[in-house]
Design a protein around this ligand. Sequence first.
Ligand code: NI
Ligand code: MN
Length: 210
Amino acid sequence: MKIKYLSHSGFLIDDLVVDPFLTGNENAPVKPGDVACRVVCITHDHKDHIGDAFNIAKTNKATVVAVHEIAVEAEKKKLAAEGMNMGGNIEVAGWKIKMIQAVHSSSLGSPAGFVLEKDGKKIYHAGDTALFTSMSFLEADDIDIALLPIGGRYTMDVEDALIAITLIKPKLVIPMHYNTFPEIKVDPNELKDDSPVPVKILKPGQETEV
Ligand code: NI
Ligand code: MN
């Protein structure tokens, strides 16, 4: 399975994209028209996450996966959508997707993270979140890759992400939500140097096989 970092919290994982914020993002290496996918997951409706999600879903005839209230908005725009909520599971286009709480804010519904499962791989995309103790439940899921925010101010910083890693115990961590704006400027090597599990730092546009 290939994971391509689209910058900020955006990832293209095989044929599933999460939080594609490309338009108006100087670091984004691809244009919305270049993203080919079958599923579009949205963690919450802040602009740096919902970004180009609806447009990409439209051009690809992909299914939007999001909290109920965002899914309703997608359906109003005539998009295929699967609404869900915290703790729920769905299956779409060969993916098993579970919605996980996120400690953050949003305008529509609640902010979320996802556990994304396909071909025996489990990926946790934390969305925008603070550290929370029930991240420890994810240990039982045997997460292969955790995508964790480290930029601070609006989310966990490196120090809290390191605690999150000890709770989740993933096999690999990829940091996200840093260096897109001056307010979240962070050296991701600070995470890599202190993490008890391997950390892979991806540059925007970089792809890794997992
Ligand atoms: Ni946010
Ligand atoms: Mn954000």
